[in-house]
Ligand binder design. Structure first.
Ligand SMILES: [Zn+2]
Length: 398
């Protein structure tokens, strides 16, 4: 840890740049105590590690501080100095007795109170959610920042995100999603946005890197996110992914395959209108190709042109799929309660733009044109080409 108290109650914060000589001098005159448990702590001034305080062997408070890595201490120190340098009222390792939480940093900005956590180690999902909830109940806005080195880049614009990493997902006030990360070695922020998952783990993203000295605190809490997306690489990856899970299906995939074969569908001959990226797709853990196929089977396949589709009917089917866990919602504790219907309405809007359905009222749609199912690879390739042209026209008209 980086803060302790002297026996006169004076707080010593190593977030500032102390010279080693000054600290050696201080250490020879003062004793230091943990602000949480009151136990004596030692001021460590090694050459290898960052200067810090540590509980004595056998102290009872020790497990309170996860085994803090150098990288974690260095990261929170840099973030703290960065905030203070912008004249932001901030406290390093503030202990909130009421909720018994000690966020890495608390700070005030635009009348709001933030609890910042720079998280290098993996903690359990339940612990993450519990801490996030207690911050929110106490009026803090949590900001969890991921260690940038943990992000596993698979390709230039594809990363593998674990369920743990999805917990870091935040939203701007205009509803754009992003995950903030930080690297203390490079001293730069790494923001991930335009997040479009195509499987449970793999996701198309857009990366931006910002040296800490060039970034303002507002760019962290309200980054300017420009959505970017390339449908042809998306389609390529979806096709590879389809091949993968159909060869090695898990239990859920098997149930899905069983159901679609019963409906005379073939996972390799799905129409290009199924498996599309939509902005709220990340609210669902279930891959887009699977949940959109369920929607197709539930309320599109049996309809004929001019038939009506009500939002009530759509929601009824969605709830049924959710209760059977055939469609699974992600845990995203930093967002408002997550509404899976948002992903569905995004998709309906896209189908409307593609001329497949038309909106007839607040809660009613009408099928305009049936989605035709390709019977051969050749038909599918032709359908894909025609679809791409239409899709690009829609995107460029936006
Ligand atoms: Zn302690």
């Amino acid at each position: 840890m980086l803060t302790a108290q002297t026996n006169t109650g004076k707080s010593i914060c190593l977030g500032f740049d102390y010279k080693k000589d000054a600290l050696l001098d201080l250490r020879s005159k003062e004793e230091f105590y943990c602000p949480i448990c009151g136990e004596r702590v030692l001021l460590k001034l090694g050459d290898q590690r960052i200067f810090h305080f540590a509980h004595k062997q056998g102290g009872t408070c020790r497990n309170f501080y996860e085994n803090e890595s150098i990288s974690h201490m260095e990261g929170k120190r840099q973030l703290y100095k960065w905030l203070v340098g912008q004249k932001i009222p901030a406290i390093l390792e503030y202990y909130d007795r009421e909720i018994q939480q000690r966020p890495d940093i608390i700070f005030h900005l635009n009348g709001r109170k933030y609890a910042l956590e720079y998280q290098c180690s993996i903690i359990s999902e339940s612990n993450f959610i519990k801490r996030t909830n207690s911050y929110q109940q106490k009026g803090y806005i949590p900001i969890w920042i991921l260690a940038s080195s943990q992000i596993h880049k698979k390709k230039k614009n594809i990363v593998a995100l674990s369920n743990f990493q999805y917990l870091f997902l935040r939203t701007t006030s205009s509803g754009k999603f992003y995950i903030p990360a930080y690297c203390p070695e490079k001293q730069q922020f790494h923001l991930i946005d335009s997040i479009h998952p195509y499987s449970i783990k793999n996701v198309f993203v857009h990366h931006t890197f910002h040296p800490i000295m060039k970034m303002n605190v507002n760019d962290l809490v309200e980054p300017k996110v420009k959505l970017s997306f390339d449908l042809s690489s998306w389609t390529r990856e979806i096709e590879k992914f389809n091949l993968n899970w159909t060869i090695h299906p898990n239990k859920q995939h098997k149930a899905f395959l069983h159901e679609i074969y019963n409906k005379n569908l073939n996972p390799f001959l799905l129409p290009p209108e199924i498996g599309l990226p939509v902005p709220h797709s990340l609210l669902l853990q279930t891959p887009a190709i699977i949940w959109q196929t369920y929607l197709y089977m539930d309320f599109i396949a049996a309809k004929r042109p001019y038939d009506l589709i009500s939002l009530h009917e759509i929601n009824f089917h969605l709830q049924k799929r959710l209760s059977k866990k055939q469609i699974v919602v992600r845990n995203l504790p930093q967002l408002e309660p997550v509404n899976p219907l948002l992903a569905i309405t995004d998709y309906l809007l896209l189908l409307e733009q593609l001329g497949i359905i038309a909106k007839k009222g607040e809660t009613t749609f009408q099928l305009k044109k049936a989605i035709s199912i390709p019977k051969s690879n050749r038909e599918r390739e032709e359908a894909k080409l025609a679809f791409f042209q239409k899709y690009h026209r829609i995107q460029s008209n936006k």
